[in-house]
Design a protein around this ligand. Structure first.
Ligand code: NAX
Length: 328
């Protein structure tokens, strides 16, 4: 039998955690033949709630779940972790400035980066979901100097999946008819979902749709503001869809992208497409044997250039802000 893969999940008692853990334990993170051991990290006040979730996980009698441990100490929680899903974060509350938000999250993701550096397994793969996800990932990565930088990623797969859903409705095709969707930049309202490289039946999605007004004034804002629309409708932020995207992200990273397709991941820039080296920005990436690679050589027209630059500038500002706060 295979050795179980250790998966650390932070914010385990939150709403994404509740939507995520059962699917990890049933094989949707790594595959239906891979046993997993869960290591849950919560703040002390939420440990009891995490214990309740662990009781329910027990009660599912998942054949692949080989154990659950609960921690309120990051160093212990990341010990031996092969996969880390950093979901818990400090949300923005009323009257909080962006600097306060970045600082509060630095207080979470700095120590978690150090804990990963100290004790995670050599093959550790990190996905940051907690917002501001790209910059939280940057903080964790910079605090883990012994871990290869490419192991730290942030989630734009939910934005990617939202873009697939909107495009499939408009074009009257299924999501699996769409290839090469890309989200560029930051997981924020400035993100750029790109239909000039996405393909439907071998033609670009922009050409198939043939409606620049829809692309600019409906598609892009609908994808970028979908999170707010969910809150408005549901009275709570996206949880099951965010969990599903986190599973997709890790599953694709570990098991590879299909031939002739790619995915969107926020990864450490190597300077491609004019994105400053070191920023954690979303790109089109292919994956193979557990490693990702930025898709190179795409032609970027003026419209896309402007959108990508705007989002990347926002990331550079966030990086400068956390730099000034001494968090990286
Ligand atoms: P919840 O508030 O329901 O849960 C967060 C949990 O994290 C809480 O149980 C809290 O106790 C815990 N937590 C806080 N600080 C912690 C720490 N230092 N260590 C361990 N646990 C800690 O939020 P939820 O709806 O689950 O969302 C979690 C995060 O995902 C938020 O930051 C949210 O903004 C972000 N999202 C990111 C998305 C993305 O696409 N990248 C989409 C969905 C979601 O909005």
């Amino acid at each position: 039998t295979r050795t179980p893969v250790s998966v650390t999940v932070t914010g385990a008692a939150g709403q994404i955690g509740y939507a995520l853990l059962f699917r990890i334990a049933s094989g949707h993170l790594l595959g239906a033949d891979v046993p997993v051991k869960l290591r849950l990290l919560e703040i002390p006040q939420a440990v009891k709630a995490a214990e309740g979730t662990a009781m329910e996980l027990d009660d599912c009698a998942f054949p692949l779940l080989s154990g659950i441990d609960i921690f309120d100490d990051a160093t212990k929680a990341f010990e031996g972790a092969n996969v880390a899903l950093l979901v818990g974060a400090r949300p923005r509350t009323k009257g909080m400035e962006r600097g306060d938000l970045l600082e509060a999250n630095g207080g979470i993701f700095g120590p978690q980066g150090k804990a990963i550096n100290a004790g995670a397994a050599d093959d550790i793969k990190v996905l940051v979901v907690g917002n501001p996800a790209n910059t939280n990932a940057l903080i964790a990565q910079r605090n883990a100097p012994d871990v290869p930088a490419e192991r730290f990623t942030a989630m734009t797969r939910l934005d990617h999946n939202r873009a697939l859903a909107q495009l499939s409705k408009k074009a009257g095709v299924t999501v699996s008819d769409i290839k090469k969707m890309t989200i560029w930049g930051n997981h924020s309202a400035t993100q750029y979902p790109d239909l000039f490289h996405a393909e439907i039946g071998g033609r670009t999605a922009a050409e198939v749709v043939g409606d620049q007004d829809w692309l600019e004034n409906t598609f892009i804002p609908t994808v970028a503001k979908r999170g707010a629309a969910i809150i408005e409708a549901r009275g709570a932020s996206s949880a099951a869809s965010a969990a599903s995207a986190a599973l997709d992200h890790v599953n694709t990273w570990v098991n590879g992208t299909a031939e002739g397709d790619w995915t969107s991941m926020a990864v450490v820039s190597d300077g491609s497409y004019g994105v400053p080296e070191g920023l954690i920005s979303s790109f089109p990436v292919t994956t193979r044997d557990g490693e990702w690679e930025i898709v190179k050589g795409l032609e970027i027209d003026e419209f896309s250039r402007g959108r990508i630059d705007a989002s990347v500038n926002e990331l550079a500002e966030e990086r400068d802000a956390v730099g000034k706060l001494g968090l990286i």
